[in-house]
Design a protein around this ligand. Structure first.
Ligand SMILES: Cc1cc2nc3c(=O)[nH]c(=O)nc-3n(C[C@H](O)[C@H](O)[C@H](O)COP(=O)(O)OP(=O)(O)OC[C@H]3O[C@@H](n4cnc5c(N)ncnc54)[C@H](O)[C@@H]3O)c2cc1C
Length: 385
């Protein structure tokens, strides 16, 4: 293999480039990214970078050595892939590659009708974070639509910056799909304890605006919540549109086998865009993107599946001066047991149980205890959830 093209110059893409070198590939590596920025880390965009306490440089995912060992094509969009020839059609030319890593992640889902209304934001990119940061001024009223990880983190940052924050969650409990009702309920209480209003079961009917600027969020009940800033934290859509016609299987992401290899052995996928295994499982977490890049590259270089992906299921989130950590794969119906502390404490550890086995570990504000419990309780690889 002489040339590997990596499409998507963010976490999975940057890690894939580093893994190619670490795993002995000495050919040409071309990293293609449509954003104009050097690869950067996204988690701080809703936390320290949004709060203005982290610099742009602290987000860098590649160093000078990495840059010296690859060809970086920034501000370049991949528009088409012909997997049989390895030809990638770019917005500014074409590239022939023997191997391709698909690492295009996804795009933030926007609120319907928000396109031309100032003051309404999504948060996925560095530019999104810069635009939002401008508007997080003390005393302003912010409505966050979506009580998932990103919504909760933006709420927490905006609250710390002195805004009056309301979070709207469509489900009865925030993060119920990831954490289940019991621990999701505890996350809900974090908002209240910190002076943020959480409204669950709240359906959004639309936005109200005057002179092209948002003035509030209309609920399905007819109520209007006044707001100077609105942030949609309502998930993302995998960036696969450019692969239409490529012949690759697409469905909630790029479909791959258990080794992250697509229907063609010279095309692999990693990160938020990869839908792997028979169930097409897709994760949207930092650790997953890093772990998958390593497995995808190993299988690409081998020309066959020599490693299957076994997710650790590790996720963290920083909210209100605290850290939430989860490892493993909780599912609806799991029994939750508190291993240290309890649901009303500022810090606790809990485990999830199913069919007599511990399937996940959760910690609030106890990173050391979490690490210990995780090692003890999750010795065996977790089932893919
Ligand atoms: C605000 C925020 C906070 C987060 N916080 C946490 C956290 O606390 N903990 C955690 O575990 N995870 C967190 N995550 C999730 C984590 O950052 C993602 O899982 C990770 O960024 C996925 O990396 P990726 O490379 O797969 O995709 P992405 O980061 O989405 O990168 C994909 C890149 O591909 C580019 N691209 C797309 N299409 C094309 C194309 N056709 N041609 C060229 N380039 C293209 C995109 O512009 C983008 O730069 C957070 C995410 C966000 C947005």
């Amino acid at each position: 293999m002489k040339t590997v093209a990596i499409v998507g110059a963010s976490l999975a893409g940057a890690r894939a480039a580093q893994e190619l070198r670490a795993q002995g590939f000495d050919g040409r590596v071309v990293l293609i990214g449509e954003e104009p920025h050097l690869p950067y880390d996204r988690p701080p965009l809703s936390k320290s970078f949004l709060a203005g306490t982290a610099s742009r440089e602290s987000l860098d995912l590649v160093d000078a050595d990495d840059l010296a060992s690859l060809e970086l094509r920034l501000g370049t969009r991949a528009e088409r892939l012909d997997p049989s020839t390895g030809r990638v059609v770019l917005s500014d030319g074409e590239l022939e590659a023997d191997g391709v890593v698909l690492a295009t992640g996804g795009r933030a889902r926007a609120l319907p009708g928000a396109e031309s209304v100032a003051g309404v934001h999504v948060l996925r990119t560095l530019d999104d974070a810069l635009a939002l940061r401008e508007e997080l001024v003390p005393g302003a009223r912010a409505v966050i639509v979506g009580g998932g990880f990103i919504g909760a983190e933006v709420a927490s940052t905006a609250n710390a910056l002195g805004l009056d924050v309301t979070v709207l969650e469509a489900l009865p409990t925030p993060m119920v799909r990831v954490l289940g009702p019991e621990l999701g309920g505890i996350c809900a209480r974090l908002h209240g304890r910190n002076g943020v209003t959480l409204r669950c079961g709240a359906g959004v009917a639309g936005l109200s605006a005057a002179a092209g600027r948002v003035t509030g969020v209309q609920l399905e009940t007819g109520e209007n919540l006044p707001a100077e800033v609105v942030v949609a934290g309502i998930g993302m859509v995998p960036a696969v549109e450019w692969l239409e016609g490529s012949g690759l299987a697409i469905g909630n992401g790029v479909r791959t086998d258990a080794g992250l290899v697509t229907s063609l052995p010279n095309v692999v996928a990693a990160g938020d865009v990869a839908a792997y295994g028979p169930a097409g499982t897709r994760h949207e977490h930092w650790t997953n993107a890093t772990e998958q890049a390593s497995v995808a590259v190993a299988n690409l270089l081998a020309g066959q599946v020599v490693r299957e992906y076994e997710p650790s299921g590790y996720v963290w989130s920083d909210q209100y001066a605290g850290t939430l950590q989860l490892a493993g794969h909780p599912a609806p119906g799991d029994e939750v047991r508190f291993a240290e502390g309890g649901p009303d404490d500022e810090s606790f550890l809990a485990t999830y149980h199913r069919d007599g086995a511990t399937v996940a570990v959760f910690g609030l504000n106890n990173p050391r205890g979490f690490g210990r419990l995780r090692r003890q309780a999750l010795r065996r690889p977790m089932p893919v959830g």
